[in-house]
Design a protein around this ligand. Structure first.
Ligand SMILES: Cc1cc2nc3c(=O)[nH]c(=O)nc-3n(C[C@H](O)[C@H](O)[C@H](O)COP(=O)(O)OP(=O)(O)OC[C@H]3O[C@@H](n4cnc5c(N)ncnc54)[C@H](O)[C@@H]3O)c2cc1C
Ligand code: SF4
Length: 285
């Protein structure tokens, strides 16, 4: 897992994982194995401080859509189910003559349930990791074992996309070339995700301003989308003489991790739903 609040625009989560596998303590776990599948996914780790308004006319936000994942546990199935149950109960109560357009009993029900209490108690753990892993672990132990999640303070959180430093203030990272045995390249990995998008559909990766990838992302951050995308969807291509840089979006490779929508420094990239339920097709799922 890589926290998307990282600062160095040269960081590549995919390559960090490939390098991790080659660590002498980790390598034996993978040696003799065979790569059978590949996928990537962003998890919603904003927690309690990020919860949005949970109801609107004609709709309710449940599960990961609302951000109900318990971040320290990296578990969200139980909270997704609980929020679905609370939503169902609130909807049932609201059915019938004079039904309200917005079911406001649902947010009330969530607040009254163990789900709210559970998220509240772990709210300070992920933000404390901004001080580094060891300090975060030490804080988490005090927060959970001594204060039992009832600290009289709540740490503020920050938007991941706003954390990137400029390329000029950052150190480029030289990742080792994949050996094809333990570590692999992006494109052959993407092939194993079984991803499929019909080529002639409109791109589901849309840009609010098509100039920004060059005037901002390339100019200031050395085009970080080339590195944070785990599927090699974003490429800066140039003419033969190196001039005329432009962003090429290989949308058919997208494994729907949503990192670009989260990490793009100016929030210029919008992931929209592709046609026909297309995307990765993970085995055994
Ligand atoms: C790698 C990883 C490991 C995890 N491990 C655990 C774990 O061990 N234990 C645990 O409790 N939790 C775990 N989680 C978290 C857990 O998977 C989620 O919290 C949980 O699945 C959220 O459930 P959900 O129903 O809200 O969303 P999802 O399970 O994401 O379901 C949403 C569904 O909606 C579909 N969908 C999206 N858009 C559309 C559309 N436009 N039209 C139709 N369908 C659409 C999606 O395809 C998907 O099937 C893990 C998450 C990840 C990424
Ligand atoms: S294009 Fe965006 S959503 Fe698709 S794989 Fe790349 S980062 Fe993930």
């Amino acid at each position: 897992m890589v926290g998307l609040d990282y600062q160095n625009p040269y960081l590549s989560p995919f390559d960090e994982f490939q390098r991790f596998k080659t660590h002498p303590e980790v390598r034996p776990t993978f040696e003799g194995g065979r790569r059978v599948a590949y996928g990537a996914r962003a998890i919603s780790e904003g927690g309690f401080q990020s919860l949005p308004k949970l109801s609107f006319p004609g709709g309710l936000l449940v599960g990961d859509t609302a951000g109900f994942l318990n971040v320290p546990k990296i578990k969200g199935t139980h909270t997704a189910m609980k929020s679905g149950m609370v939503a169902a109960e609130a909807l049932l109560d609201a059915l019938g003559e004079g039904a309200p357009r917005e079911v406001k009993d649902y947010p009330e029900g969530v607040r009254a349930s163990w789900l709210w209490d559970e998220l509240y108690r772990v709210r300070n753990i992920r933000p404390s990791f901004r001080w580094g892993m060891w300090s975060g672990l030490a804080y988490a132990a005090i927060d959970q074992y001594v204060l039992q999640g009832r600290a009289p303070w709540t740490f503020r959180i920050h938007a991941d996309h706003a954390q990137l430093r400029k390329a000029a203030e950052s150190r480029p990272i030289a990742y080792p070339k994949p050996d094809g045995v333990i570590a692999f390249d992006k494109l052959s990995s993407v092939y194993l995700s079984g991803v499929n998008h019909e080529e002639n559909q409109p791109s589901h990766l849309t840009l609010a301003d098509p100039a920004v990838p060059i005037t901002v992302n390339l100019a200031l951050y050395d085009a970080p989308e080339q590195r944070y995308c785990p599927a090699g969807v974003y490429e800066i291509v140039r003419d033969a003489d190196g001039s005329n840089p432009r962003l090429q979006i290989n949308a058919q490779n997208c494994v729907h991790c949503k990192t670009c929508d989260i990490k793009d420094p100016t929030q210029n990239i919008h992931w929209v739903v592709p046609q026909g339920g297309e995307g990765p097709s993970y085995p055994n799922m």
